[in-house]
Design a protein around this ligand. Structure first.
Ligand code: SAM
Length: 271
């Protein structure tokens, strides 16, 4: 593939150049011949070639017009590969993935600046996915696998942990990319759960509870939730008491099940 233009920082273009890491990412995807694969940000195609050889179908979404054109040219003769010249945050993902059983795998070395947003987009179409293998900023990865009551535990841990089994596969140092990023990266695998890990009632309420609980880390859970516009008629303190949760705790000490309990109670009150 020919493109010698300088990588664009604005698009998070840190291209993978380490063959060992590329091989390990492909291995973590555990590809089967019947798999359909979505690669987000294929860039110069470091992972793409190997994916094209193994998947039944490969869908590439690349925002950099010049790189998307190169890929279109490279795979012009391969009817299994489709290139979408576009923004992963703007494309209609459910239309692209279509209907049918959960057969898609998502593989990506994500641009750091949009990785969390992309994760929530992918969460929306989790019913169509069988597995995701994603390279993220190490710090973002640390948050996704953090246990309660530690500084990395936060909104993304709880919200994504509800619907995925998330595992850190390995760490990738800056020297594996060109240009080198300033920080370490991590490859994580995500397996969508058939049913959410906990019954939360209304998912919008659950999201509001979780975001509210972490909004002011130095305040108590009760104070955080009071500012979270949850319209709890009985009052937050009474509601927490009914759930058996001490309102003086900090949000970050709550388990997923405890967030779910509060959310279910609030949902029932609306009901
Ligand atoms: N997969 C390649 C690799 O591993 O070498 C490139 C990874 S690089 C970290 C991120 C890629 O995502 C770049 O090719 C960049 O142009 C592309 N990209 C950035 N923003 C994007 C977006 N919103 N939608 C789709 N692709 C995007």
């Amino acid at each position: 593939m020919k493109t010698l233009r300088r990588p664009l920082k604005s698009l998070g273009q840190n291209f993978l150049v380490d063959q060992n890491v590329i091989g390990k990412i492909i291995e973590s995807a555990a590809l089967q011949p019947e798999d359909q694969v979505l690669e987000i940000g294929p860039g110069r195609g470091a992972l793409t070639e190997r994916l094209a050889r193994r998947a039944e179908r490969l869908l590439l979404v690349e925002y950099d017009h010049a790189l998307a054109e190169n890929l279109t040219r490279s795979y012009a003769d391969n009817s299994q590969v489709t290139v979408v010249d576009g923004d992963i945050l703007a494309v209609d993902l459910s239309a692209l993935l279509g209907q049918g059983p959960a057969r898609w795998k998502v593989i990506a070395n994500l641009p750091y600046n949009i990785s969390t947003e992309v994760l929530f987009r992918l969460e929306e179409v989790r019913g169509r996915l069988s597995r995701m293998v994603l390279m993220l900023q190490k710090e973002v990865g640390d948050r996704l696998v953090a246990p309660p009551d530690c500084s990395n535990y936060g909104v993304t841990t709880v919200l994504l942990g509800l619907n995925f089994d998330i595992r850190r596969e390995f760490i990738v140092p800056p020297g594996c990319f060109h240009p080198r990023p300033k920080i370490d990266s991590a490859v994580l695998s995500f397996v969508p759960l058939a049913t959410p890990r906990a019954e939360v009632g209304d998912e919008q309420i659950f999201r509001r509870v979780v975001k509210g609980a972490f909004a002011m880390r130095r305040k108590t859970l009760a104070n955080c939730l009071k500012s979270a516009d949850l319209s709890a008629d009985m009052g937050i303190e009474a509601l927490l008491e009914e759930c058996g949760i001490d309102g003086r705790r900090r949000g970050e000490t709550l388990s997923l099940d405890e967030f779910a309990l509060i959310s279910r109670r609030l949902t029932a009150m609306r009901g």
